[in-house]
Design a protein around this ligand. Sequence first.
Ligand code: NAD
Ligand code: LMR
Length: 339
Amino acid sequence: MVKVAVVGASGGIGQPLSLLLKLNPLVSDLALYDVRLAQGVAKDLSHISTNAVCRGYDKDQIGEALRGAHVVLIPAGVPRKPGMTRDDLFKINAGIVKGIVTAIGQYCPDARILIISNPVNSTVPIAVETLKAMGKFYPGNVMGVTTLDVVRAETFLADYLIAQKKNSISKQYDKTKMCKDVTVIGGHSGNTIIPVIKKKPLISTLASAYDEFVHRVQFGGDEVVKAKDGAGSATLSMALAGYRFAEQVLKSIHRENTAPIPTYVYLPGIANGVKAQAKLSTSLEYFSLPANLLDGRVTSVDDTILDSLSPQEKKLVERAVKELETNIDKGKKFVNGNS
Ligand code: NAD
Ligand code: LMR
């Protein structure tokens, strides 16, 4: 029996994400919370003939929504408009995330917390510092969802490889089988997003398209923001990505084996976290790395990926580390003062 709560369930991400969770047989209770419309979304989903019991909770019912939750997904907060950076969302979303995480610390302190709200590079430190201040922080429970970057990297790598080989590849290609050659580490904004190609010879295959590939992965979010023209940012691809991550957490809670999956985590306190910091030559407390899950929590990260980087990828890491330091510091200060 697993209770999953979605906070921000009526939004552009929240609705399709809740739909996907309603279809998952590992979910027994689906609690939908938002400051508006959650009852309506829950009523709608409750007519779907799957077993998860779906309930909606109004603005003043966050305690009931969260009580007993094993997993909480947070896609609450404002999205970007053209011309904005994710950091521009800090002003509004920092307070929203702090408030929600405070309620989690009160009503379901053991829950696995999956943070989607931007800027993820700062909202995850906000969540961790908030829980620490409450004496309710358990390393491995708080995970920044960076899966959309992985999904984009898979898509764009396949696109570029198909374009390069267009004369030799049959029209009947299967993209899903071509896209396991890449992952993404670092953070979740622009230069902090670092695609890592697992089969290094593919970097030479991409040739001049490599830089374009990296840029598209790093700034894929901007493509969507621009195309939506003021109506928000990625919602449907994000719902899929958030679900992909949540599915691994749910499988792990059900003691199924799961492959390592990248997530932006607090490194100290997690096995190999300190080793990863040393390899990054930094005291950076947060970085997304492929993570091993046990009981739906991060138990260790794969620091060895940092040994396998190409010279180009190493340069991307160096640039990311500097920007992440600022983002992390800003999140910590928001909770602990000086901001
Ligand atoms: P949206 O505006 O469509 O939905 C946000 C929802 O949050 C709304 O329904 C709103 O009522 C709700 N909300 C606001 N304050 C709340 C609170 N205190 N408690 C509960 N609910 C609250 O926005 P969206 O497109 O769904 O995006 C949501 C967030 O996700 C944004 O910050 C966006 O930048 C971020 N995002 C992250 C990723 C990622 O890869 N991590 C990808 C896409 C979007
Ligand atoms: C994304 O990567 O699509 C999200 O972080 C939303 C955004 O603001 O770009």
